[in-house]
Design a protein around this ligand. Structure first.
Ligand SMILES: Nc1ncnc2c1ncn2[C@@H]1O[C@H](COP(=O)(O)OP(=O)(O)O)[C@@H](O)[C@H]1O
Ligand SMILES: [Mg+2]
Length: 240
């Protein structure tokens, strides 16, 4: 079943068009990676889906209903989680405060929010042990996991993570991928944006490749690898 469908999305920043007719489907249970060089429009597409930027054309459907013009909070409440690049944590707040803020939509249902946070603590016990630690003093990988934890408080059906591994050491990247794969195995649909194409292609079921605001490919990583016309050596040469 299709969980997310973007149909013919165009986005302009002022007069400059950066997305052209972007149609992407994500099926329930999938783990997909959106790849592409810097400036291809990946983050913009995620923002268009979350209605953080307003598309100039196209529609977005999630979980069977159109969400194109819904307020971003309402989209989150429907189960679409978005971890922005740069982790999306607040450095001067503690782990616990960050998680509570992530669940601000549940602020009037404190018991429900507490329960959701306790579940995250059960999944990531280190967060519980260090719940009074300031987010700004966490390592890069821990901040990324906390950013993901913040989105999980809302019990998403689909989690979109922008720049999953950017700036993280290879060993940390490996751990994070393991955690994400576990979340996926437990039923969460996941879309990651990943700079490290080589790595992502090894891990996910399906990759999407975007260039200059257009989706150029959707399929298995190894089939993308065969498309020398799409993959520039610069991109494939990215260090893992
Ligand atoms: N707020 C903005 N205002 C104007 N141009 C932007 C803005 N954000 C991104 N862009 C431009 O849109 C294009 C796509 O950017 P982005 O979606 O961030 O690409 P990616 O995430 O693939 O690196 C780039 O040319 C970028 O410079
Ligand atoms: Mg980006």
């Amino acid at each position: 079943m299709t969980l997310l469908r973007s149909e013919g999305i165009d986005v302009h920043y002022g007069r400059v068009q950066v997305l052209y007719d972007v149609s992407i489907e994500v099926n329930e249970g999938e783990f997909v990676a959106l790849l592409g060089t810097n400036g291809a429009g990946k983050s913009t597409w995620l923002k268009a889906v979350s209605n953080l930027v307003t598309p100039s054309a196209g529609k977005v459907f999630f979980d069977g209903r159109e969400i194109t013009a819904l307020p971003p909070d309402e989209i989150v409440a429907r189960g679409l989680g978005h971890v922005p690049s740069g982790r999306g944590t607040l450095p001067d707040l503690t782990i616990d405060e960050n998680l509570r803020l992530g669940g601000h939509l549940l602020r009037n249902e404190k018991a429900k929010r507490r329960e959701a946070i306790d579940e995250i603590y059960a999944t990531f016990p280190w967060m519980k042990d260090r719940r009074t630690q300031l987010a700004g003093t966490l390592s890069g990988g821990e901040q990324q996991m906390l950013g993901i934890g913040r989105a999980l408080v809302n019990r998403p059906k689909l989690l979109m993570i922008d720049e999953l591994s950017l700036g993280l050491a290879p060993i940390v990247v490996e751990e994070i991928y393991e955690q994400i794969a576990k979340l996926n195995a437990n039923g969460l649909t996941i879309l990651i944006v990943e700079q490290n194409a080589t790595l992502a292609m090894e891990v996910v079921e399906r990759v999407l490749f975007m260039e200059k605001g257009r989706v150029q490919f959707s399929g298995r990583g190894r089939d993308l690898l065969a498309r020398k016309d799409l993959l520039r050596s610069v991109f494939l040469g990215a260090k893992r």
